[in-house]
Design a protein around this ligand. Structure first.
Ligand code: ADP
Ligand code: MG
Length: 449
């Protein structure tokens, strides 16, 4: 472990810590830290001031020790280098000031800040997000000419910002001449406040209204900011009237936001698209994709295991994978179900306990479909038996609080994909088969009574 590359160790730690603390805390304390080269077991960290060192040691010593080599006194083996900001040299000042002052458009300094990982190419599609992804691609390929505005809403950690930035990347690559800006609503408000103070609101207005594409993240932060809402709404209308593209993300649909009717109506002009919680298979695909990117070997059944337990947020899935990857790399071990349970126990959601067992489901299904219990448990594939067996698998997945893998074992050593296949088939058939619906309804009533 000691011979490992310090940079890699540090980036594992950073991945881990980013999940653990708030983004503000992360930006303030962790993001500015640099790893310096060192040829000892000690990691050399350059920190901007002494407070960062104190803060790390006061709050994160245990985590640091988990990732870095430790000294015999129990401290992490870190050599801190304090990087006091250098006083600007005379020549630097001379160069800097005139350029700033001679700019008549302060916004030309506003570079487009996009997360480089948020691209269309690494956005995994599934039924929950296919529609919104194609809408986003439509907007990116033909800005201002497809849906305007495009309003993307959905819960936290489901990929809204990812899609917004993906549009940004695409436009930057493919429509180089178009003027584009991507901002969070917070940043827009801060900008406005600054410009009001500096009496430069007109410039700001000019800048925003000269854009071809405006990407706005987290519009819900505009709620109860009355003064800002009006300015935003004006900008919005001015752009839309010139057929300039606007894309907005939000944690709620427009109608549920506490904003003026005018603003809500504007946001409903174009296309309102929901991004949902990904289903099991999409979650597995996301895990596998991310594992591959990290060079982590993630067996299929483990991916299923994680995806079954972490189900309502992609960011949590990523967090789980980062933690798992750090742990297994540090320990030099393979990913197994046991390791997963150990490292991820707090992240795993506790599904409320129900007392229904596979055994009781089999009995109930045997009665309703008039087949022998031993046949249901057996391997016969005749339709009379295979179909009720699939119904039992469907019910087990719906009602029993166990992983797919455990359920599959309870069905006499089937695989989780057999179970999943059965579940899908029956779910599909339920939509069109009234008799089956009644049978399942009856089974559920018996079981849940
Ligand atoms: P939101 O803005 O909706 O809160 P983000 O866009 O920040 O969520 O997504 C959270 C994390 O999950 C990001 O790292 C993002 O890359 C990842 N993510 C979300 N959805 C997907 C997806 N479909 N495929 C790949 N990664 C995804
Ligand atoms: Mg977001």
């Amino acid at each position: 472990m000691l011979t490992r590359d310090h940079r890699e160790t540090w980036s594992l730690f950073i991945e881990f810590i980013e999940e653990k603390c708030s983004s503000i805390e992360f930006e303030n304390w962790f993001a500015p830290i640099q790893v310096l080269p060192s040829d000892t077991d000690e990691i050399h960290l350059e920190v901007p001031n002494i407070f960062v060192r104190e803060y790390l040691m006061d709050n994160y010593k245990r985590d640091l020790c988990a990732f870095l080599p430790t000294r015999s006194d129990g401290d992490p083996a870190i050599h801190f280098v304090i990087n006091e900001p250098k006083k600007p040299t005379h020549s630097a000042q001379v160069v800097e000031l005139p350029t700033k002052e001679s700019h008549d458009d302060p916004y030309s300094n506003h570079s487009l800040k996009l997360n480089q990982f948020y691209q269309f190419s690494n956005f995994i599609e599934g039924p929950s997000n296919q529609f919104v992804k194609s809408a986003a691609m439509g907007v990116a390929t033909k800005p201002g000419r497809s849906y305007n505005p495009l309003f993307i809403h959905g819960g936290v950690g489901l990929g809204k910002t990812h899609l917004l930035h993906a549009i940004g990347h695409y436009v930057k690559e493919n429509h180089k001449k178009l003027r584009i800006q991507c901002i969070t609503t917070e940043a827009f408000i801060n900008d406005l406040v600054d410009n009001l103070r500096n009496k430069s609101v007109d410039r700001m207005k000019r800048f925003y209204r000269s854009l071809d594409i405006l990407l706005v993240d987290d519009i819900q932060f505009l709620q109860s900011r009355l003064n800002f809402e009006e300015e935003f709404c004006n900008t919005f209308e001015s752009l839309i009237n010139q057929s300039k593209q606007i894309v907005i993300t939000s944690d709620k649909p427009p109608g549920q936001l506490k904003l003026s009717e005018r603003m809500i109506a504007r946001m409903e002009w174009g296309l309102v698209a929901n991004i949902g919680v990904p289903d099991l298979e999409t979650r597995v695909a996301i895990l596998q994709h991310k594992a591959e990117q990290k060079g982590l070997r993630l067996p299929n059944q483990i991916a299923f295991f994680i995806a079954e337990h972490i189900f309502n947020n992609v960011r949590q899935l990523e967090g789980a994978l980062n933690r798992l990857s750090a742990y297994t790399r540090l320990m030099g071990i393979e990913v197994t179900e046991e390791v997963v349970e150990k490292t991820l126990s707090e992240l795993m959601e506790q599904i409320p306990q129900k007392k229904i067992s596979v055994e009781s489901i089999l009995k109930c299904v045997a009665t309703i479909f008039e087949v022998r219990l031993s046949d249901l448990r057996g391997t016969s594939r005749t339709k009379d038996v295979a179909f009720p067996r699939q119904v039992a698998m469907y019910l087990a997945k719906e009602l029993v609080n166990e992983s797919l893998m455990k359920l599959a074992t309870a069905f006499g050593g089937k695989t989780h994909s057999t179970l999943l296949h059965a579940w899908k088939k029956i779910s599909g058939q339920l939509e069109k088969d009234e008799t089956l619906r009644r049978q399942i309804h009856m089974a559920r009533r018996n079981l849940e009574a």
